[in-house]
Write a protein that binds this ligand. Structure first.
Ligand SMILES: [Zn+2]
Length: 308
């Protein structure tokens, strides 16, 4: 893993440019208003502001952003939003990192992370579907992907899985198959009940309660590796397919949603096989930022457990 922050730096620079006037005023005000400050901070301020170029390039706090940085004021973005063109919305925002940053900093009021029909939807233990039995439109079986009986995904996710599975094969990682895609609210009731019967309260570490599963959105794919016959979920992380997916799935719009470093936030044990479709631009920003949970990616609170 690597953690370049190029995109974030680029965005910061863009915001810095946009806010130059306001922030320069803020810095000036901060410095000139420092009469009562300690000698140390006054010295630090005069040191850091000594070269004239520094004074003209302040790094603003995002909270200071004026209304003009609201990405929802961009006509192209609102048009794409209305057309339900999620990729177009992200592009209009300036790309995945710009979109993420705007949402996380609260300057994107038109972006609803609770809308399960959007690729940026966040569903977790604290965020149920509304309505609780939400069902997506346009579920299909991904072409060219070995699929367990009934395995389907939303159209965009299915197409992305088809491309990813073909790439894994081309790059000699082996066959990746879809074990479980869309699961209805009713199906999740049965799945969760089975886990509770087997594990009791520990079921919540491995299975979502009905109305809280990413699978209900049609945007989650549980995958396994196959060589003739298919392996298990537990085999996947160590398999050539699992390693390829961990390294490359982001290029096809997928993130590995539950990783070891994210368990405290998501409340789930690591699941190398559970992929979540967020679209190529958001997946790229997620990868390049080395994020380990969608909650932190969008600046949401941790959701390790259910409210009640
Ligand atoms: Zn899953």
């Amino acid at each position: 893993m690597r953690s370049p922050r190029r995109a974030r730096i680029a965005l910061t620079a863009a915001i810095a440019g946009a806010l130059l006037i306001a922030s320069t005023a803020a810095v000036t005000s901060m410095v000139s208003g420092g009469a009562g400050a300690s000698d140390e901070s006054a010295a630090a301020a005069s040191l850091s502001l000594a070269p004239p170029t520094v004074a003209t390039l302040p790094v603003p706090k995002v909270e200071q952003a004026p209304a003009s940085t609201d990405i929802c004021a961009l006509p192209e973005l609102t048009a794409a939003l209305e057309a339900h063109d999620d990729a177009g919305v992200v592009a209009a925002a300036g790309g995945g990192e710009a979109f993420r940053s705007a949402v996380a900093s609260g300057t994107a009021p038109c972006i609803d992370l609770a809308d399960p029909s959007r690729v940026w939807a966040v569903v977790n233990k604290a965020r149920a579907y509304a309505p609780i039995d939400y069902r997506p439109l346009g579920l299909v079986h991904p072409e060219g992907v070995r699929t367990a009986e009934g395995g389907s995904l939303r159209t965009d996710a299915a197409a992305a899985l088809t491309v990813m599975v073909a790439a894994a094969r081309t790059e000699a990682a082996g066959e990746v198959a879809l074990e479980s895609g869309f699961r209805s609210f009713e199906a999740q009731q049965r799945t969760y009940a089975r886990h509770v019967a087997e594990r009791g309260a520990a079921a919540d570490l491995v299975s979502a309660r009905p109305g809280h599963s990413e699978h209900q959105s049609g945007l989650a794919a549980d995958v396994v590796g196959c060589a003739g016959s298919c392996g298990t979920f537990d085999d996947f992380a160590a398999s050539s397919q699992g390693q390829w997916v961990a390294a490359n799935s982001w290029e096809y719009g997928w993130i590995v949603r539950y990783v070891p470093d994210g368990s405290d936030v998501t409340g789930y044990s690591p699941e190398a096989w559970h992929l979540r479709y967020v679209g190529p631009e958001l997946a790229r920003a997620y990868h390049e930022g080395s994020w380990t949970s969608l909650e932190e990616f969008f600046g949401l609170p941790a959701a390790p457990d259910y409210a009640g």
